[in-house]
Design a protein around this ligand. Structure first.
Ligand code: XIL
Length: 535
C-alpha cells in the first residue's frame, strides 16, 4: 500500500482564505488579508458561501431566498432574502445533527441589507424541538446597514438532545430585504489520534480507500484526519451538474477546485461524482430556449446530447488547464442511479430517459469515453445493488452495455446499508459482477445504526459495538474480493458530516461512519482496521 506522506501534516497551519475561496497551505504567518486561521484542533461543521447555489438554505415562512450573484462578502455571490411577510421570516438551514449537544460552537454569519434599505436590526436564531417543546435561542442581534457587511458572531451550545434544529437569520421589527454570506460554524475537537494505524494500511494492495468530502473537511482537524487515513476523495456535491453548471454556460468550479487542490497537494486520487443523474441537475438541461420542456423529437434530442457533451468537455478543459498532467481525477460516475428493477427495461424513468430514451446510458458512456479518454475509469453507480432485485437489474443492463461494445469500465456500489442488511448479499453482488468481468468500486459506504423508519434519541453503545462487527464482516468480504475492487469509499469523514443525519428524515443521533463527532475512532474503525480490538 502506498504510504501517505501528507504535506498537510508537515504544515503548522492551515489557512482558509475565505475571501478568495482559495485553500492555502503554509508554514508561515498567514498573509495580512487572510481570513480566519483554523488551528488543527478546530473542526468546521458548516461552511456555506453560496458561490455554487443555496447550500441547502431555505425560506423560513413566507419569504423568498435566492442566490445573489455579484453581491458578496467573500467570493462572487451571497444569499438574498426578500418578500418577507413577518419579521421572523428569513433564511434558514436545517442543522439537525450538525451541532453536538453540550459542545460550544463558534458561529459567524455575515449580513448586509439590500441596497437602499434603511438600517435595521437582524438577529441570528437557533430553533430546536425536544418532544413537544420548541425553543428559540437568540444568539445575537445587531444593527445592520445597506452600506457594509456586518458580522453576526456568537458562541452557542445546543443544550441537549434536540430534533428539527434550524439556524436562521430574521429581523427585529422590519420587513427589510437582506443578504447573508460566509456562514461558518466551528467547534474545538480533541487532537486527531496519532496512535491508531492509518486506515489505508488495513486495505489490500491496489484498493484505494476514499471518503466523500466538502469544503469544511479541508482545513483544521478534519483535514488532518483525512490525509492521515485516506488515499482518495470524492467531492460530496461539488462536481454534481447543479454545482458545476447552475445556468447554461456558467461554470462554477471553485468548490471542486478546493477539493482537487488538496488532493493534488497530498497525493490523493479523486473519484469524480457525477455526470448524469436525475437529481442535482438544473432544470435548464431539459428545457428548450423557450423555457418549455424538451420533447423526444430529433432536434430536442440533439440539443440535450450536445449539452451533455458540452458539460463533459468543459469539465475536461478545466481539469487540463488547472492541473495538466497532475489531474487527480482517475474515475467518474458517468451515470448515477439509472436503474429501476420495477421497469420492463430496468431503467428509471427520468428526464434523460424521457427525452433520449433507453439509449441515453450508452450515449453518456460513449461521450465520456471520448472526452475523458482512456486514462479515466468510467463507472455506472447505483444504490441497493446488494438487494437481489436491484443486483439482477443492474447486471442485466451492464451485460447489455458490454454486448453492445459500450465503453463502461465498472460498476459502483453505493452501499448505503444498515445493521440488518445481510453481509452475505454484498458478497453475492461482488461475485455477480466479477463474473461479468467489469471492475468494481464501493463508492458511498455507510452503515446506519437505526433501522428503517427508526429515530434514535441517543447513540446507543451497543449499536456502535454491533456496527463494529458489521464493518469487520464487510472488511472480510472486501479482502476476499480485493482483485476485483478498485476502491472502497465512505460517504463522509466523521459522523457529524453524514448525510443520513437529515435524510430521509432528521436523525440527529445517526452514526454510520468510522469516526465519531469528535473525530475519534469508533468500534467501526477497529472493525475495519483490527477486529481483535473489538471487545
Ligand atoms: C448526497 C449528499 O451527501 C448531500 O450533501 C446532498 O444534499 C444530497 O446528496 N447517493 C449519491 C450521493 O449518489 O450523491 C448522495 O449525496 C447520497 C446518495
Amino acid at each position: 500500500m502506498r504510504r501517505l506522506v501528507p504535506a498537510v501534516l508537515a504544515s503548522a497551519l492551515l489557512v482558509l482564505v475565505v475571501a478568495s475561496g482559495l485553500l492555502v497551505l503554509s508554514d508561515d504567518e498567514p498573509a495580512p488579508d487572510a481570513g480566519p486561521v483554523l488551528e488543527q484542533r478546530t473542526s468546521t461543521v458548516l461552511a456555506a458561501d453560496f458561490e455554487g447555489g443555496l447550500d441547502g438554505w431555505e425560506a423560513l415562512g413566507p419569504a423568498r431566498v435566492e442566490q445573489r450573484p455579484g453581491d458578496a462578502h467573500g467570493g462572487a455571490a451571497s444569499l438574498v432574502t426578500t418578500a418577507r411577510a413577518e419579521a421572523w421570516n428569513g433564511a434558514a438551514l436545517d442543522v439537525t445533527g450538525l451541532l453536538t449537544p453540550g459542545t460550544e460552537h463558534a458561529v459567524s454569519v455575515w449580513v448586509r441589507l439590500a441596497p437602499g434599505s434603511e438600517p435595521a436590526d437582524l438577529q441570528l436564531t437557533v430553533r430546536h424541538r425536544t418532544g413537544d417543546e420548541t425553543t428559540h435561542d437568540h444568539l445575537v442581534s445587531q444593527a445592520v446597514t445597506a452600506d457594509a457587511w456586518t458580522e453576526l458572531r456568537a458562541a452557542y451550545t445546543l443544550p441537549g438532545a434536540a430534533e428539527d434544529v434550524d439556524m436562521y437569520v430574521e429581523s427585529l421589527g422590519s420587513l427589510t430585504d437582506f443578504l447573508v454570506d460566509d456562514v461558518l460554524v466551528t467547534k474545538e475537537t480533541p487532537p486527531v489520534q496519532t496512535d491508531v494505524p492509518p486506515l489505508a494500511d488495513a486495505f489490500p494492495d491496489g484498493v484505494e480507500v476514499g471518503t466523500a468530502v466538502a469544503r469544511q473537511d479541508l482545513v483544521g482537524a478534519p483535514a488532518e484526519l483525512l490525509t492521515r487515513h485516506f488515499t482518495m476523495v470524492t467531492p460530496e456535491n461539488a462536481l454534481k451538474p447543479a454545482s458545476v453548471q447552475p445556468r447554461e454556460g456558467e461554470w462554477t468550479f471553485e468548490r471542486a477546485d478546493e477539493v482537487l487542490d488538496l488532493a493534488v497537494e497530498n497525493d490523493l486520487r479523486v473519484y469524480g461524482h457525477t455526470l448524469v443523474w436525475h437529481r442535482s441537475t438544473p432544470d435548464w438541461f431539459f428545457e428548450g430556449p423557450d423555457g418549455e420542456p424538451l420533447g423526444d423529437g430529433p432536434e430536442d434530442r440533439a440539443l440535450l446530447l450536445a449539452r451533455l457533451e458540452a458539460h463533459m468537455r468543459a469539465i475536461r478543459t478545466h481539469l487540463d488547464e488547472r492541473y495538466g498532467d497532475a489531474d487527480p481525477v482517475w474515475a467518474w460516475d458517468v451515470v448515477n442511479e439509472a436503474v429501476d428493477p420495477e421497469q420492463d427495461d430496468g431503467l428509471r424513468r427520468n428526464e434523460w430517459y424521457r427525452v433520449l430514451g433507453p439509449g441515453y446510458v450508452a450515449d453518456a458512456f460513449r461521450i465520456a469515453d471520448e472526452v475523458f479518454g482512456e486514462d479515466t475509469l468510467l463507472f455506472l453507480n447505483d444504490y441497493d445493488t446488494e438487494s437481489p432485485a436491484k443486483r439482477q437489474a443492474v447486471a442485466d443492463i451492464v451485460r447489455r452495455l458490454l454486448d453492445e461494445g459500450v465503453p463502461i469500465d465498472g460498476v459502483g456500489h453505493q452501499m448505503h446499508v444498515n445493521l440488518t442488511t445481510p453481509v452475505h448479499r454484498i458478497e453475492v453482488t461482488l461475485d455477480t459482477f466479477a463474473e461479468l468481468g467489469v471492475r468494481q468500486a464501493i463508492t458511498e459506504l455507510d452503515v446506519s445504526i437505526s433501522a428503517t423508519g427508526e429515530v434514535l434519541d441517543r447513540t446507543p453503545p451497543d449499536r456502535l459495538a454491533e456496527q463494529g462487527r458489521y464493518y469487520r464482516d464487510v472488511m472480510d468480504v472486501v479482502t476476499r474480493h480485493a482483485p476485483e475492487l478498485e476502491s472502497v469509499s465512505f460517504w463522509g469523514l466523521y459522523d457529524t458530516r453524514s448525510w443520513l443525519r437529515t435524510w430521509p428524515r432528521d436523525r440527529p443521533f445517526e452514526a454510520p461512519l468510522l469516526f465519531d463527532d469528535d473525530l475519534q475512532a469508533k468500534p467501526a474503525f477497529w472493525g475495519v482496521v483490527d477486529p481483535s480490538r473489538l471487545g
